[in-house]
Write a protein that binds this ligand. Sequence first.
Ligand code: CA
Length: 225
Amino acid sequence: MSQEKLLIIEDEINLQNALKYYFEQENYAVDIAQDGELGLSKARGIKPSIIILDLMLPKLDGLEFCRIFRKESDTPIIMLTAKGSETDKVLGLEMGADDYLVKPFAMRELLARVRALLRRKSNKTTNNLGNLISENLKIDLNSHITTLDGENIDLSPKEFLLLKFLIINKGKALSRNAILDEIWGKNYIGDSRTVDVHIRWIRKKINSITERIRTIRGVGYRFEK
Ligand code: CA
């Protein structure tokens, strides 16, 4: 079995070493970066299977890292932070982290989350290829390119998946939880506000579909037929 590549972006040397040692014992190929900038260039270069990302980092912090890297890749990210505040958690998840762990944490807990995210990633099927078309909006499932009247729309990987899920289920009301399960996975610990934020972003980027994505009070969203 080939090794999964793990990139750890963490500036605390002790924790960095402990993580590296632990995950190497678990047969991961581990790479380290001690600041956000180096982390970003390594993430681009090595193309890791998964990233463990500290929130507070020199040069480029964890949130900025997520903001930039999420536009380029949907590699799973687990964010680590010393703070347990709700705001940090929500921010991290809104910026595109897939999971979140508050320091201090048990290594086994982190390992379980890493495995869960990798499992989810490998379960994602890409068989259903082709185009999804809704009036002037076209989603190319092969290239992940979304166009409106032929013009490219710059969607993040999560926004793309969310829009795709809505259109596949056109005419059906989808609950926020159903959307979370589908796009973020059942092990996702964040709350449904994440869905609202992503819907808001999609509406902002694709103005003319704002009314096609209907908010269903107390339920979630529906893409109109
Ligand atoms: Ca730190």
